[in-house]
Ligand binder design. Structure first.
Ligand code: FEO
Length: 174
């Protein structure tokens, strides 16, 4: 049984994850527009991962007898600057999400809500991976600078990313 405060906080995080999906879909569209198909693929995979993050929360609220309340999704930007700017914005956004998850865990601990605490541990691990991925790509982009060949190589590398639904998600490949 979830407290009213926890249901509200989880619904807010559900919205944050849906916004994340929307943001990365916008980045994918921008990447396609400027001819970086590998970047577009990377952000499309990220979009799909975010829908999984959202649906896991959706399922959890439902399974715990709470009411899912869908909120308005904010409009994401459509301009992102250089590919490096785009990944720096991605990292900044993921740091925001990490803070949100940490706040949720703090709430679960405060409320002695062990189930929600355990549920959120998956997100803690996921955020470590997400920030590490962004940092790695930022490092490479800084290394190549404005050098076209380097950017071409990174684009090729990002084209290889494949979406892998996590085994625990139920009907989450939405
Ligand atoms: Fe669902 Fe990228 O945080």
């Amino acid at each position: 049984m979830l407290s009213k405060k926890t249901v509200e906080a989880l619904n807010k995080q559900l919205n944050n994850e849906i916004y994340s999906a929307y943001l990365y879909l916008s980045m994918s569209a921008r990447s396609t527009f400027i001819g970086l198909k590998g970047f577009a693929n990377w952000f499309m995979v990220q979009y799909r991962e975010e829908t999984v993050h959202a649906m896991k929360i959706y399922d959890y609220i439902n399974n715990q007898g709470g009411l899912v309340k869908l909120m308005a999704i904010a409009q994401p930007p459509t301009e992102f600057g250089t590919p490096l700017d785009m990944f720096e914005k991605t990292l900044e956004h993921e740091k925001f999400i990490t803070n949100c998850i940490n706040d949720l865990v703090n709430l679960a601990i405060e409320e002695n809500d062990h189930a929600t605490n355990i549920f959120l541990q998956w997100y803690i691990t996921e955020q470590i991976e997400e920030e590490a991925n962004d940092n790695e790509i930022i490092f490479k982009l800084k290394l190549v600078g404005k050098e076209g060949n380097g950017l071409f190589m990174i684009d090729k590398e990002l084209a290889a990313r494949v979406f892998m639904p996590p085994p625990t998600s139920q009907g989450s490949e939405a």
